[in-house]
Design a protein around this ligand. Structure first.
Ligand code: ATP
Ligand code: MG
Length: 461
């Protein structure tokens, strides 16, 4: 439990909020308590002043006694002295603490509006005020008012109690709020943790339904997307494996079939020769297929190194053209190269594979006697190599898939057209490894253009 995120967040919040609350409460309490004490003191002084006002009007025995009687019934104490400081009347028995105040008051220091002369509410027994009596400019005596400090302490205590209750309520509310809040944050995280565990166990379709638009919502959506992607990836892998199995099985079936025929006693010498040739062809195709698959696997594992060097494109093309010309001549296809002098940073061996794949496709799908053009152009930043054939073209609905592995427009695997559908997939990977891009434009019955765009080597000139 102590390791749980919700607990950690909650505890952190709680400590912080508690510190802030304590601090604020302390300031508020100190202010309020001071106000209360001041209020009590001022009202004591005002009471004394009132008595003093009455006495200034009627400074006689009955009035003095009247004031004394009045205060004897209240919780305050009044002591009235004459101009020499001798006590004329007091409402309650005079204690030593009171005498201390009465004796040591220096008349010169007391203004006519009176003064708080003892405000030590938390130390002494009384607090005291003094209101001097002045009649016709002549000093006549003092009205001392006393209030028990316990009276002040009582009001402060009441305040303390209120604060204690308020603090407790606040702490409880804080805990509840933090608990809810931390659950609010931790709950989706727990859900996501469970979801990723499910994912790693191989379960797909992990849906995290969330309406949240915050970071947690985004995370949940990412996990949902991840699970979808994983599912798609797994499906693609299964599909791919099935296709590979199919691709391998077909030639193997041929090989076995022809081998069986060869083994029959009635097979003529000539037939045997022919079938052995077919077996060899099929074996070669199988070897190429496996080599290509292996190359793609290497690409997928990023186990694929390209060694770039500065290559003069025209020379490079010329070499390739010479290599494939015999195969083209066999089909009476004419090849033209339209080249401007330009260099690129490429891996010549890999890029040769790219062009041979593309030209092999062009040848395979060209009609006898048609033309293929290779065009090299350059812009400020790019080199564009385009091969244009006048062959049968690619149906529009197939165009988006021709770079997919094992995808062929002609689904039947005739021995004549041969390919496994890996050529363009490998080509695309290699071009992209070079930081370039490849596109195909095609019109059924009119021909196909393959456009390869590469970055220019800046030291061209
Ligand atoms: P592989 O290259 O592995 O021997 P392949 O040539 O069938 O097999 P890709 O080179 O990947 O496979 O091409 C995929 C498909 O795209 C081909 O089967 C073909 O139908 C179509 N295609 C590619 N280039 C052309 C083209 N120039 N003209 C018409 N169709 C093409
Ligand atoms: Mg091909």
């Amino acid at each position: 439990m102590f390791n749980k995120l919700s607990f950690k967040i909650g505890l952190l919040f709680f400590v912080f909020i508690l510190i802030i609350e304590t601090f604020l409460f302390f300031i508020l309490y100190a202010n309020l308590a001071n106000d209360r004490i001041e209020e009590v003191m001022n009202s004591l002084l005002a009471r004394g002043n009132t008595h003093r006002d009455v006495l200034e009007d009627h400074f006689d025995q009955p009035t003095l006694e009247h004031v004394g009687i009045m205060e004897s019934a209240s919780e305050f104490i009044v002591i009235i002295t004459d101009e020499y400081g001798d006590i004329i009347i007091s409402s309650d028995p005079v204690e030593d603490d009171m005498m201390d105040v009465v004796k040591y008051v220096n008349n010169d220091e007391i203004p006519t509006e009176g003064k708080i002369v003892d405000d030590q509410w938390n130390e002494g027994k009384y607090i005291a005020t003094d209101s001097p009596i002045t009649i016709n400019g002549e000093h006549k005596g003092h009205v001392f008012m006393f209030a028990k400090t316990s009276y002040v302490i009582k009001t402060v205590d009441k305040l303390s109690n209120q604060f204690l209750i308020a603090s407790l309520v606040t702490v409880v509310l804080t805990i509840v709020t933090i608990f809810i809040l931390s659950r609010f944050i931790a709950h989706p995280l727990i859900k996501m943790k469970e979801a990723t565990e499910q994912l790693s166990k191989g379960k797909h379709n992990v849906e995290l339904h969330t309406e949240r638009k915050d970071e947690l919502g985004e995370l949940a959506n990412s996990i949902s997307k991840l699970s979808k992607d994983l599912k798609e990836l797994k499906m693609a892998r299964n599909e791919f494996l099935a296709s590979v199995a199919h691709e391998l099985r077909t030639p193997l079936t041929y090989i076995k079939g022809y081998a069986d025929i060869i083994n029959r006693p009635d097979t003529s010498e000539e037939e045997i020769k022919e079938y052995v040739n077919i077996i060899r062809e099929e074996t070669e195709q199988l070897t190429i297929l496996i080599k290509n698959l292996f190359q793609l696997a290497k690409i997928d594992h990023n186990n694929f190194l390209i060694r770039r060097e500065r290559v003069e494109i025209c020379e490079f093309l010329q070499n390739i053209v010479e290599r494939i010309r015999p195969a083209l001549a066999e089909k009476e296809v004419l090849l033209y190269v339209n080249c401007s002098k330009v260099a690129a940073l490429i891996d010549p061996e890999r890029f040769q594979q790219v062009l041979i794949n593309v030209l092999d496709n062009a040848k395979k799908h060209s009609y006898e006697g048609s033309k293929i053009l290779i065009k090299v152009e350059q812009t400020d930043q790019h080199i564009i190599i385009t091969t244009i054939d006048e062959g049968e073209g690619i149906p529009e609905q197939d165009l988006p898939y021709i770079f997919d592995r094992l995808y062929r427009v002609e689904k039947s695997r005739s021995r004549k057209s041969g390919g496994a559908g890996l050529g363009l997939a490998i080509t695309k990977e290699i071009v992209e490894f070079h930081g370039g891009s490849i596109e195909v434009e095609s019109k059924l019955g009119e021909g196909t253009s393959v456009i390869i765009t590469l970055a220019r080597d800046d030291q061209n000139e």
